[in-house]
Design a binder for this molecule. Sequence first.
Ligand SMILES: [Zn+2]
Length: 287
Amino acid sequence: MAGTLKNIRIVDCSATILSVEHFPRVHISWKLEPTSQNLTHLKFFVDRGESPAELQQISMAITANTRYEYVDETAMLKDFEKMYYYRIRAVEFIDGSPAQTFMSETFTWEGKPDLVGLYVIDEHLFAHRYVYGVPVMVFQKRHDGMYCPECWDEVLKRVTKSNCAACMGTGKWHGYYPPIEAWAGLEPDPKTVDIADWGKRQPGQTDMQFTNYPLLRTDDLVVELKPNIIWKIVTVRMAEKNRTVMLQVTRLSAVNRTDAEYKIEIPEDRRLAMVAQLEEREKEREF
Ligand SMILES: [Zn+2]
């Protein structure tokens, strides 16, 4: 049966770390845009994941017309590089079955950029998409979840196959989260100025300028879609404003063609679509 509610909008989502040691707690809150509809059959759920590409429900059903908040007590906060993404999902039930779903944006405990920060992000994103950037897919490495059933040694606590297709050498089952499409400023010419100022690049390395989504970590993969090159992130530096990430500059290292990472599944239709967008732009520039 189709749902009856219309234009349910979940806004002002926020995540705040309350405590880290002993009892890790993250306070999640949100609001509903005012509505005069009957919300008796609307229930809220909190979803969470290490990657925005894969979120799973962590809360029980929360009824409407209550305080819209939830305390996440299962986050692993001691790893300071770790970032969780949250999302609020509102589901309308009819006769006990879900009839329709309304989602919030995904959010983290990072602050939101102010107007100047947004301007910086927008300008770079424009440059990456329409001026000099290239299309990429980001595969975030799994740090949570099941160990690899094929090659993880419980006693030695390490992988036992270097070319394992089940975990791509990460030790975690499936290895990486589903890809996130993005545009990035890759430095193709090794003679260009070292924006990151890390000194000389090794052969097979390059730098990438990236905006704020998704947040990158060491060992994540970046697939440069046109030549189909897989890069691994070696270092990440961030430009922040008011503790909010605007830009990320990363050093990338080319993955060896024979390594397990090349077994990763790149959605071919999406790859071709993004490469076509790039080629269209390159064609325009000739006139
Ligand atoms: Zn494995």
